[in-house]
Write a protein that binds this ligand. Structure first.
Ligand code: MF3
Ligand code: CO
Ligand code: CO
Length: 250
């Protein structure tokens, strides 16, 4: 039987601290986002906040990533690089923050509306957020990894949206990305079982069009192939003896 890394209560405590800082960072971003702000300015706000809280950004220089956070606008699926481009009324933007403090990581993202957005964009965001919540709610020891993907995929597709296949959630803890991969699509009862002490992210990327993505020439930015809108939410969770704990709450 396949078995994954197990974290213990003293480690859960530190993971919760890292998670809280990342989540509070997003609370601050939520206050600041409005038409006219650049994604580079959001990057600075986050980097300053992490510093103030004695944390560092895990993405910064991770495999050469040049900034402290990811900012993914409209048809960008994930790993958008903050730049001097301004956000405009009607845009949607995912901000993904991973803090590293006292040896542990906290990884979380939310998709925000810039000013007033279309009903279509708002609905995509709502469905994506609910997909993550539904997946978290079923977590407990003995669940199969495929059940997580099934929960997300069945809900999302029944609402007419698609689940990105090219990126997934991941184990996390002392390392930024650990085993196993957490797929956001799948079959009930498939895959290895989860156990107490496991820590991983769930971070569904949901498209209003088809699920295919393509990578831009910068080597990071992933976009929808059909240029449709994409949204994402992410939490870091830990499996307890009878359920789960969300580490990335503010
Ligand atoms: N935070 C992203 C995740 O959810 C990873 C970003 S890696 C980077 O896994 F290098 F692109 F920043
Ligand atoms: Co992640
Ligand atoms: Co992330």
């Amino acid at each position: 039987m396949q078995s994954f890394k197990k974290y213990y209560p003293d480690e859960f405590k530190k993971l919760k601290h890292a998670g809280k800082i990342s989540s509070q960072c997003l609370d601050l971003v939520e206050e600041k986002i409005k038409p006219g702000i650049t994604t580079e300015e959001i990057d600075k706000i986050c980097n300053d906040f992490l510093k103030k809280n004695k944390a560092v950004s895990a993405p910064l220089l991770y495999r050469g990533f040049p900034k402290s956070i990811c900012t993914s606008v409209n048809h960008v699926v994930c790993h958008g690089i903050p730049s001097n481009k301004t956000l405009n009324e009607g845009d949607i933007v995912n901000v993904d923050v991973t803090s590293y403090i006292d040896g542990f990581h906290g990884d979380t993202s939310r998709t925000f509306c810039v000013g007033k957005v279309s009903v279509k964009a708002k609905n995509l965001i709502d469905i994506t957020k609910e997909a993550l919540q539904r997946a978290i709610k079923i977590l407990k020891p003995g669940l199969n990894l495929g059940d997580i993907g099934h929960e997300i995929q069945s809900f999302v597709e029944s609402n007419g949206y698609s689940v990105v296949r090219d990126f997934c959630g991941h184990g996390i803890g002392r390392e930024f990305h650990e085993e196993p991969n957490i797929l956001h699509y799948g079959k009930k009862g498939s895959g290895p079982k989860i156990h107490e002490g496991m820590v991983f992210t769930i971070e569904p990327m949901i498209n209003s069009g088809k699920y295919e993505t393509k990578l831009l020439n910068d080597g990071w930015t992933a976009v929808t192939k059909d240029k449709s809108l994409s949204a994402q939410f992410e939490h870091t969770v830990g499996i307890t003896n009878n359920g789960y704990e969300i580490f990335t709450l503010s």
